[in-house]
Write a protein that binds this ligand. Structure first.
Ligand SMILES: Nc1nc2c(ncn2[C@@H]2O[C@H](COP(=O)(O)OP(=O)(O)OP(=O)(O)O)[C@@H](O)[C@H]2O)c(=O)[nH]1
Ligand SMILES: [Mg+2]
Length: 220
């Protein structure tokens, strides 16, 4: 498994770097999706199921960002996705320069959708534009329905909110309607997908959104 050790990119404008990366990826026909959540919310599991479900429909590459280990990238590679692991030099987020460096490590693979699995953290990743075409946030049932109140920025920066582990609903007092209301109050345009990567509930709606967002951008 290829592991790339990144250093923080020193640049005066991450926003400008992000815009440039987004434009270049569009020109190359690559739709980049940034997945953000707390550790253990189910990013890798959601990706694994998505990669399996969309096999034969679109080619997918996965950039796994962590502080240490390569377990997530190994898991993706086993599913046949082009994947690379990057280490963030202890940092809790990815910025546009780091994302560019990671994607360069995957060069040659002609994928149409690239996922960036950001470092598990509800705070820092929301502060940096990675150059992705869409930001997607995951919130799992066990984390609780108060998270939009405590971590508003990530909800504000995300195009979609995937509520994961819906199969665990009988065991948690998680008020789905309250989360929908709170997330929508922070971000009226956010799309919300309750899913279970374990049972497959809601996966079709999430995947259809992904494909249609990619089409929208291609035709823009
Ligand atoms: N019941 C249930 N468990 C899930 C689901 N999705 C993920 N899990 C479990 O949640 C745990 C964490 O899942 P991961 O996919 O590794 O989470 P992650 O967000 O990638 O974690 P980090 O990369 O460490 O931030 C694992 O034990 C998964 O099996 C789900 O839909 N239902
Ligand atoms: Mg993971």
């Amino acid at each position: 498994m290829k592991v790339i050790e990144l250093k923080m990119t020193v640049t005066d404008s991450n926003d400008r770097d992000a815009e440039a990366l987004r434009r270049e990826l569009s020109e190359r026909g690559i739709f980049l999706v940034n997945l953000m959540s707390a550790p253990g919310s189910g990013k890798t599991t959601l990706l694994a199921r998505t990669v399996k479900d969309l096999a034969g429909t679109v080619s997918i590459g996965v950039l796994e960002a962590d502080i240490a280990s390569d377990v997530d990238a190994v898991r993706m590679a086993e599913l046949g996705a082009e994947s690379v692991q990057v280490h963030t030099d202890g940092m809790c987020h990815m910025d546009a320069g780091m994302t560019r460096a990671g994607l360069e490590g995957m060069e040659g693979a002609g994928f149409e959708i690239a996922f960036l699995e950001n470092v598990g953290n509800l705070i820092c990743p929301a502060e940096f534009d990675t150059g992705a075409h869409r930001n997607v946030m995951l919130l799992s049932l066990p984390e609780g329905d108060d998270k939009p109140l405590k971590y508003p920025l990530m909800f504000q920066r995300s195009d979609a909110l995937v509520i994961t582990k819906m199969d665990a609903a009988p065991y948690f007092d998680f008020d789905l309607e309250a989360v929908k209301r709170r997330a929508s109050a922070l971000n009226p345009n956010i799309r919300i997908f309750p899913v279970s990567a374990k049972t497959g509930e809601g996966m079709a709606e999430w995947e259809a959104w992904l494909l249609s967002e990619r089409e929208n951008d291609r035709n823009a």
